[in-house]
Design a protein around this ligand. Structure first.
Ligand SMILES: [Zn+2]
Length: 74
């Protein structure tokens, strides 16, 4: 009965990817750079700064994407 046993793929959409896709090219470049620049931007610091610009993106979402634990990478 377990012949077809496979890991269940959780389709949790990545909020960071979703946010990037919704930005203009120039803004997307800026956010991609910020995501890569972990010495300047902490997960929380980036989340708060984005919130001040009207973009809701949680530090948990940013952290999962940065650590490649989000749906972008599996
Ligand atoms: Zn992601």
């Amino acid at each position: 009965m377990l012949e077809d046993l496979e890991p269940v793929k959780t389709k949790r959409s990545c909020k960071t990817r979703f946010t990037l896709d919704g930005l203009e090219d120039k803004d997307r470049e800026i956010l991609v750079s910020a995501l890569l620049d972990t010495s300047k931007w902490s997960d929380k610091g980036l989340s708060v700064a984005l919130g001040q610009r009207g973009i809701q993106l949680s530090n948990e979402s940013i952290g999962r994407h940065r650590r490649k634990l989000c749906s972008c990478y599996n």
